[in-house]
Design a protein around this ligand. Structure first.
Ligand code: KG4
Ligand code: ZN
Length: 338
C-alpha cells in the first residue's frame, strides 16, 4: 500500500511516500527557518502562508522522488494536530483535495503519534515495551509504548518544552533561531562542567520543568557577562541532557522497558543521543535513536502512522478538521507489559 503523507503542523512543509508503513520511498522537507529567524520564533501567519505557497511543489517533489504519480497512490494522510491552526489547515486541505481527486482514503494523523512511530518505522521488529522520550519544540513527554496505538503517558513537562528551553536560551545568548542546533554545535567547543546549572525535578517523579533552568542561565549571563558563551551553552546542554537521561532511565525502570527510544526535534541533539546510547549500554537495554531527519518534523512518520490507523480505524471522514490542541490518545494498557 502506497501512502502519501503530508506534514504542515509548524514550520516545516513536508511530504513523503511510504510503502506498507515501513519503506520510505521519498521524504521531502522544506524548512521555513529562515523566514522566522528574524522574529526569534515561529510566526503562525507567516507559517501558514509559506506552507500554502510551497505545498504543491513539495508534494510533487515527493512523488517524483518516489518515482510514482498520483494514480499510484492508495491513500493520503496529513497531520491533523497538534500544531498551529492555520498551518495544519494547509496540509489537511491539500490531503483532502488529493483524496477527492484520486478517489482514495484520507487519514488525519496525530503528530505526536507520528513522532512515536518514527522510532519503529525502520525497526518494526523492535522489542516492546518501549520507553520513549519525546522531546520537541512543543512537547516533552515520556511515553510507554506497548504496541501500535497502545500508549501511556508516564510524565510530561509542567512548563516549557525542552526544545523551547534550547530556543529561549539561544535567544538570550544572542545565538539566533532555532536554538537547538546552534547550541549543539557551540557546546562542542565549550566546557560542560564550567557552570553547574540546576537539574530541575530530578529524583522527583517523571514530570519535567525547564523554565527555572532558563532563568538560571539568564541570571548567570547577568552575573558574569564575560563568561565564554560556549561554556554557558555546553553547561546548559549538559543540564538538560542529564535531566532527560535520568528521567528516561526512571521511566524505563517503571515499565520494565526492553528498548529506549528518543524522538522529536531535540532527539537530533548529539549529546543527548550519546547519553541515551550510554544509558542503554549501562542498563542492558536496546537504544533506538532514529536518524536526525526522522526525529525532526517530517512526513514519513505521518505516512507510516496513517498506514496503521487506516488498518485499525479505516479512513477519516472528509469533514474532520484540524485540531490544534489534539492530545496523544492513550489506551490505559498499564499492565500490557506483563
Ligand atoms: O520536532 P520538531 O522539529 O518540531 C516540533 O514539533 O516542535 O522540534 C523542533 C525543536 C526546536 O525547539 C529545536 O531547537 C530543537 O527541536 N532541536 C534541537 C536540535 N535540533 C532541533 N535541540 C537540541 N539539539 C539539536 N541538535
Ligand atoms: Zn514535531
Amino acid at each position: 500500500m502506497i501512502v502519501l503523507g503530508i506534514e504542515t503542523s509548524c514550520d516545516e512543509t513536508a511530504a513523503a511516500v511510504v510503502v506498507d508503513g515501513t519503506l520510505i520511498r521519498s521524504s521531502v522537507i522544506s524548512s521555513q527557518v529562515e523566514l522566522h529567524a528574524r522574529y526569534g520564533g515561529v510566526v503562525p501567519e507567516i507559517a501558514s502562508r509559506a506552507h500554502l505557497e510551497i505545498i504543491n511543489q513539495v508534494i510533487g517533489d515527493a512523488l517524483v522522488e518516489a518515482g510514482i504519480t498520483f494514480a499510484d497512490l492508495d491513500a493520503v494522510a496529513a497531520t491533523r494536530g497538534p500544531g498551529l491552526a492555520g498551518a495544519l489547515l494547509v496540509g489537511v486541505s491539500a490531503a483532502k483535495a488529493v483524496a477527492l481527486a484520486c478517489c482514495i482514503p484520507y487519514i488525519g494523523v496525530n503528530h505526536l503519534e507520528g513522532h512515536l512511530h518514527a522510532a519503529w518505522l525502520q525497526n518494526p521488529g523492535v522489542e516492546l515495551p518501549l520507553a520513549v522520550l519525546l522531546v520537541s519544540g512543543g512537547h516533552t513527554m515520556l511515553v510507554a509504548v506497548y504496541g501500535d496505538a497502545q500508549y501511556r503517558i508516564l510524565g510530561q513537562t509542567v512548563d516549557d518544552a525542552a526544545g523551547e528551553a534550547f530556543d529561549k536560551v539561544a535567544r538570550l545568548l544572542g545565538l539566533g533561531y532555532p536554538g537547538g542546533p546552534v547550541i549543539d554545535r557551540l557546546a562542542r567547543e565549550g566546557n560542560a562542567r564550567a557552570i553547574r546549572f540546576p537539574r530541575p525535578m530530578v529524583g522527583d517523579g517523571l514530570d519535567f520543568s525547564f523554565s527555572g533552568l532558563k532563568t538560571a542561565v539568564l541570571h548567570q549571563v547577568r552575573r558574569d557577562p564575560d563568561a565564554s558563551v560556549a561554556d554557558v551553552a555546553a553547561s546548559f546542554q549538559a543540564a538538560v541532557v542529564d535531566v532527560l537521561t535520568r528521567k528516561l532511565d526512571a521511566a524505563a525502570d517503571a515499565i520494565d522497558a526492553r528498548t529506549l527510544v528518543v524522538g522529536g526535534g531535540v532527539a537530533a541533539n548529539s549529546a543527548l543521543r550519546a547519553s541515551v546510547d550510554q544509558l542503554a549500554a549501562d542498563t542492558g537495554r536496546a537504544a533506538l535513536i532514529p536518524p536526525a531527519e526522522l526525529c525532526t518534523d517530517n512526513a514519513a512518520m505521518i505516512a507510516a502512522t496513517a498506514w496503521w490507523r487506516l488498518r485499525s480505524d479505516g479512513p477519516s471522514p472528509l469533514d474532520d478538521g484540524a485540531f490544534p490542541s489534539l492530545k496523544l490518545p492513550t489506551s490505559g494498557t498499564d499492565t500490557a507489559a506483563h
